[in-house]
Write a protein that binds this ligand. Structure first.
Ligand code: BGC
Length: 505
């Protein structure tokens, strides 16, 4: 049971997470300037990686391919059959990544593990592919590698740095497609890595493939999961840094992976509380991915835990009963409340979701996630958790909206709608060609946006505050979840790369 001042203290901390419209607009300006810088310089922190994907899926693509998605938490393998009519059939396998793999010493530990999972899926679903050495069809594979990998071509890229919970130093600087192909060859699997894909790009492709014909195609993909990122369609004429690999230039465009997790690493405009400072200090990559550390699932639970652990030892608050009054010491093994990185972000979703008077569901979650004894979790303690969780998540969503708003602004897809009335846009000239006018279609994926109840609502609030978007523009931004889109999207990109039959967007 917390002291009476606990709620006041919680409100004071929550206020530190307010992120005003003015701050947001300042961030948009810096975001746009870093986007421009990334199109000129090869690898600044927010490195605007060329994806070598130059067209968006139309739904008419056909064939079978594999998608392998190395995310922040899971490895997914899927065998996708595209029917060419916006529908597909997919068989999946999913394993959560053990930390011995995420922090392995040798590249082979990770890539061998991936090849084993591919082999297991093929043995289950394509047994005919084994045992015959001739006339076996080679399957194309799209590798979704959700880390900053600088692409030199559609099927090759060098890992710049690890993010999220990964750290296998020997892979940095190496071509991740070659490493996987090597392990595939060791197992004599009939598979060729034909595309390297960022998860946000995969999300775009799977969503675009599934949209009905004639619908405005997806041009932006965003991930709000363990990590965060955005991919968007850029004009080739805007990309002044060298594009080394071959690609089809006829669309005049290319998808760019922004790597927005590293927006404003120097913290000139991002909000920075004492808790953000602490998270950064104890992270695997201090000074890096500073935007991600305020927005993505890997960090939101830890931000909350850090604050709650401080309130536990604060004698004026004594959250969950606080430190033992007699000894002033905690006894026994540290519970997750006192263990760094032990709490994931799902507690924030439950805190937002539970609107009951006694906060029963949240109190149960506090027990499950923080392992605080149930007798120490009063209603007021749960209210404290709710207030702070809300503040952390709302700031994250508004920051996410800021980034999306900057990207929409950069692509100029809304034209001047932000300064026009809604009617002017709906009745605008593009209606005649059968497309919905001015619509910007955004594919989204990731546990935070999928499960945090009001993430999109707060993102939209932020979008309305962006100069040039406003209320009229925000209504024209359509967001759609492409669940597990990155693995399906990777398979689509791989197939299309192998067949080279992209159609114009
Ligand atoms: C990575 C991105 C990825 C994002 C979402 C970030 O940590 O740097 O490449 O797209 O996480 O998974």
């Amino acid at each position: 049971m917390a002291f009476a001042t606990a709620l006041e203290k919680a409100e004071m901390i929550a206020a530190q997470f307010d992120y005003s419209d003015d701050e947001l607009r300042k961030c948009v300006r810096k975001f746009l300037s870093q986007m421009d810088g990334g199109l000129r310089e090869r690898t600044p922190a927010m490195c605007q990686i060329p994806t070598y994907v130059t067209r968006v899926a139309q739904g008419t693509e056909k064939g079978q391919a594999l998608g392998v998605d190395l995310g922040g938490t899971n490895l997914r393998v899927c065998l996708v059959t595209l029917h060419g009519d916006s529908s597909y059939h997919a068989v999946h396998s999913k394993v959560s990544l053990p930390s011995r793999i995420m922090l392995a010493y040798e590249a082979a530990d990770l890539f061998g593990f991936m090849a084993e999972q591919i082999e297991a899926l093929l043995r289950t679903h394509c047994p005919d592919q084994f045992g015959v050495s001739e006339n076996v069809a080679i399957l194309s594979l799209g590798l979704t590698f959700s880390f900053p990998v600088y692409q030199n071509a559609i099927d090759s890229g060098i890992l710049l740095r690890w993010t999220k919970g990964f750290d296998i130093p020997s892979v940095v600087g190496q071509d991740v497609c070659e490493l996987l192909q090597h392990e595939i060859a060791l197992r004599s699997l009939p598979v060729k890595v034909t595309a390297l894909v960022n998860d946000a790009a995969g999300t775009i492709m799977s969503r675009a493939y599934s949209l009905p014909r004639g619908e405005t195609r997806t041009t932006i993909g965003t991930i709000f999961g363990t990590g965060t990122n955005g991919v968007y369609l850029e004009k080739l004429s805007e990309i002044s840094k060298p594009l080394d690999g071959h690609f089809d230039e006829s669309s005049g465009k290319m998808f760019i992976s922004i790597e927005w997790g590293s927006f404003d690493n120097e913290l000139s405009v991002l909000p920075n509380t004492e808790y953000d400072v602490e998270i950064n200090q104890f992270s695997r990559n201090p000074g890096d991915q500073m935007f991600e550390k305020r927005v993505s699932g890997m960090f939101l639970g830890e931000l909350l835990r850090t604050i709650l652990a401080k309130l536990y030892v604060d004698p004026t608050v004594r959250l969950f009963g606080g430190i033992d009054a007699n000894t002033g010491l905690m006894t026994g093994n540290p519970i997750p409340l006192h263990t760094r990185w032990a709490v994931d972000s799902s507690i924030l979703s439950i805190a937002e979701f539970d609107g009951t008077d006694n906060l029963e569901t949240l109190r149960q979650k506090i027990f499950d996630a923080l392992r605080v004894p149930p007798s120490s979790i009063g209603i007021e303690d749960a209210q404290v958790v709710k207030i702070i969780a809300h503040a952390i998540a709302k700031r994250a969503a508004r920051l996410g909206g800021m980034a999306l708003g900057a990207v929409v602004t950069k692509t100029e897809q809304l034209g001047s709608v932000g300064s026009r009335s809604q009617d002017a846009c709906v009745l605008g000239p593009s209606e005649a060609d059968g497309h919905q006018p001015c619509l910007v279609d955004v594919g989204v994926d990731g546990s935070v946006i999928e499960f945090y109840p009001r993430f999109e609502v707060y993102m939209r609030e932020a979008l309305r505050a962006v100069d040039g978007i406003g209320t009229a523009g925000e209504r024209l931004i359509r967001m759609g979840l492409a669940k597990d889109g990155s693995s399906v999207g990777a398979a689509i990109i791989a197939l299309v790369a192998a067949q080279q039959t992209y159609e114009a967007p």
